[in-house]
Design a protein around this ligand. Structure first.
Ligand code: ADP
Ligand code: ZN
Length: 704
């Protein structure tokens, strides 16, 4: 093979995948594969593993054989490759003999670059499994080969023969499993002990992490969804029944949701999954059976209705959000009832101790009072110095106060109840509840009865959980989950030890669901933004081509189209996610849509800018004007810029620091012929927001 330069790699990355730069370790991995070395790639879900073997395939003489566990996944990947103009196909048992023959013809003609196949079908490909045809083998979801891992598949076991059959061919194993034992096992089983290992960071910065107490979950979820009326999301539940109940409650509230679990027929599941991938169903309420093999890049959020049983599972599940790199949400509901139930599950399974330890780590994560991302990453052996700034703890650091009296009340209630009651009854007694649980056992006569009636049930729960976490009391899981005292309890009860507690964070009272319903019904009238129009166009094209919408363009690409509004082929190609084929096939229609939108707005603009001007003169802030007019702040800025250029009395320089203006002015000296903002953005090290660049350029234009 000829010497391949970095320029060659970047060229193919842009033309065939539409991207301008490599992520994480992608470049080194690709170079390693092109040097024909065996390779182990460990990257988090959504990190960008596929390109690592797809891009080298374009340089190899023969075919890259991709082993993949799921037929649904293969189809999606092949659709995605074809949309990018890369000839590829898959081979599996569900195809007719005609279709299979076509695959063989394509292999013989060397007219495809990638061939996807499930391990079960490999024996049928014996004839082509030699160096004349195959230049590289990629094994996706490689952890399936290891019985240490969580997705063990017996059919993966037979892959060991590949190295023997193809000794000179590089083998690339890819997985998102961080577990060391599994990694070793993969190399051993595949007989590639000398494979170069690439371990990428597991940090997925774009996913915001949040944990809330599991009170009124359904209401909270409805509210969460109504704030994001068009966004795709997944809610994970522990039981089939929960998925069905939740989906039906969401539907009653006008939300487009379906349930998915192992109790449905194969066809029902396939249909639900496909509808979700194609944006025909917005939300899936699923057991963990859902999601493996889903590459949908525009999943905007993942909610855990129940607590997962370990951090690996949790991280893999939230990793399905935000593959396109745009901001996404992971929301976990934490409940003690779940912990108790999970413990019961574990009690009946093998290697109980390991699983309990893992559940404990999950619980610690849920109850954290320090940056949650630090905890997650440290679980995967990665240490970060700074707090992440994108989790609920960072956003709202806990406030500590002297909780000694609260602790004394709780612990003495446990003591008076002779350590025979679970948390619920303990709280009832402290709060002086008048219910059967209390009266049946005459607890209303106890000394601690009602000593904490001034504090809400939820707050008591929050405090007692903290006391448990700090070791001042404990749950006896083997004794009906009763609360028990510990050695530490005595220090508080008898030796005056001080206890620090955190104040509970308030979740704002949920608006009545009935009132919300109206809002859902009007959601069709979602804002008429360019993004929405492009989204609709994307959906229509995807339907016509019978592929998933995100395969036409990702949300990230639509966002950039909205910001940049390209009108020429060159500008369109400069957008991230647009490669040569996508420009040729979709460019025209998208640019047409953009032009129409701009013209429509121009016509309406005269009055709309004046309306903004009026409010500006009345001294409203940008945000207030945007709010009143139901427009984006960005739009208000563009109105003000226009007015400014027309010579109206608008002091645009109030919105930009003098230093920033200087930076933009310097950039302009270098980039004087650039008509779009992106080159400026990049020139300025991606540090100055687009809006500021726009304002700066407007001011400079006027000055000239
Ligand atoms: P994984 O297989 O690791 O879960 P994928 O290969 O599906 O992840 O990639 C996740 C998303 O990131 C895809 O939408 C992909 O197109 C995108 N992506 C991958 N590499 C890049 C890159 N260098 N620049 C921008 N986006 C990328
Ligand atoms: Zn954080």
């Amino acid at each position: 093979m000829m010497q391949i330069t970095e320029k060659d790699l970047l060229g193919k990355l842009k033309i065939n995948f539409g991207y301008d730069s490599f992520r994480l370790e992608q470049k080194s991995i690709i170079e390693n594969i092109l040097a024909k070395k065996d390779t182990l790639v460990i990257m988090p879900t959504g990190g960008g593993k596929s390109i690592c073997f797809q891009l080298p395939s374009l340089f190899f003489e023969g075919i890259t054989l991709v082993i993949s566990p799921l037929i649904a996944l293969m189809k999606d990947q092949v659709d995605s490759l074809k949309a990018n103009g890369i000839p590829s196909t898959y081979y599996n048992s569900s195809q007719s003999s005609d279709e299979q023959q076509q695959v063989f013809d394509a292999i013989a003609n060397k007219s495809i670059k990638l061939l996807y196949v499930a391990p079960e079908s490999l024996p049928l490909l014996q004839n082509i499994l030699n160096q004349n045809y195959i230049s590289c083998v990629a094994i996706d979801e490689a952890h399936c080969i290891s019985s240490w891992g969580h997705d063990f598949r017996p059919s993966y076991k037979q892959l060991a023969f590949l190295k023997k059959t193809l000794p000179e061919t590089p083998i690339v194993a890819l997985t998102a499993t961080a577990d060391k034992a599994t990694q070793e096992d993969i190399l051993e089983q595949l007989a590639i002990p000398n494979a170069t290992r690439f371990l990428s960071s597991f940090n997925r910065e774009n996913i915001a992490l949040e944990v809330r107490p599991a009170n009124d979950r359904v209401k909270q979820i409805i509210k969460f969804i109504n704030k994001r009326p068009n966004d795709s999301g997944i809610v994970y539940c522990l039981s089939r029944k929960a998925t069905e109940q939740l989906a039906s409650k969401l539907k009653q509230n006008g939300i487009d949701a379906k349930s998915y679990h192992a109790g449905l027929t194969f066809d029902e599941r396939a249909k639900t999954q496909e509808d979700f991938i194609k944006d025909e169903t917005q939300i899936i309420c699923a057991t963990i059976a859902f999601g493996m093999g889903i590459d949908k890049s525009n999943v905007r959020w993942v909610i855990h209705y129940n607590m997962p049983k370990n951090i690996e599972g949790y991280y893999q599940e939230i990793g399905r959000a935000g593959r396109d790199g745009l901001p996404s949400q992971a929301l976990l509901f934490h409940s003690y009832a779940d912990v108790i139930q999970l413990r019961q599950f574990i009690a009946n399974t093998g290697n109980r101790e390991v699983q309990e330890a893992k559940l404990d780590r999950m619980k610690q994560f849920s109850e954290a009072t320090v940056c949650r991302r630090k905890i997650l990453l440290s679980y995967f052996g990665e240490l970060i110095e700074e707090n992440c700034g994108n989790c609920d703890v960072c956003d709202n650091p806990p406030k500590f106060f002297d909780g000694t009296v609260i602790a004394q009340k709780a612990l003495s209630a446990i003591y008076r109840l002779q350590q025979k009651e679970a948390m619920g009854t303990v709280i009832d007694v402290i709060r002086g509840a008048k219910n059967a649980a209390v009266y049946d056992k005459n607890y209303q006569t106890l000394k601690t009865y009602g000593v904490g009636s001034d504090t809400s049930w939820q707050h008591w729960q929050h405090y007692i959980i903290q006391l448990i976490n700090q070791g001042y009391c404990q749950i006896a899981f083997h004794l009906n989950n009763t609360l028990q005292l510990t050695d530490f309890s005595k220090k508080v009860l008898f030796d005056g030890e001080k206890v620090e507690l955190t104040t509970p964070t308030e979740i704002k009272k949920e608006v009545k669901i009935a009132a919300k319903e109206k809002k859902v019904k009007t959601k069709a009238a979602a804002k008429d933004t360019l993004f929405e129009r492009l989204r609709k166009l994307r959906y229509r094209i995807a339907q016509e081509e019978d592929i998933a919408a995100y395969l036409v363009f990702s949300d990230a690409t639509l966002k950039e189209l909205e910001n940049e509004r390209p009108q020429t082929d060159n500008d369109f190609l400069a957008i991230s996610g647009v490669g040569q084929r996508k420009l040729e096939v979709y460019g025209g229609e998208f640019m047409e849509e953009i032009k129409t939108f701009i013209n429509e707005k121009k016509r309406g603009r005269k009055d709309t800018t004046l309306e903004t001007f009026q409010l500006y003169k009345e001294d409203f802030t940008i945000d207030e004007i945007a709010d009143k007019r139901n427009l984006k702040a960005q739009t208000i800025f563009s109105h003000l810029s226009k007015l400014y250029l027309e010579g109206k009395d608008v002091s645009l320089d109030e919105f930009i620091e003098a230093d920033t203006l200087k930076l933009v002015a310097n950039a302009k000296k270098v980039l004087k012929n650039e008509s779009t903002l992106k080159p400026y953005f990049e020139f300025l090290g991606e540090k100055v927001p687009y809006e500021q660049i726009r304002i700066g350029l407007t001011i400079l234009q006027k000055k000239r």
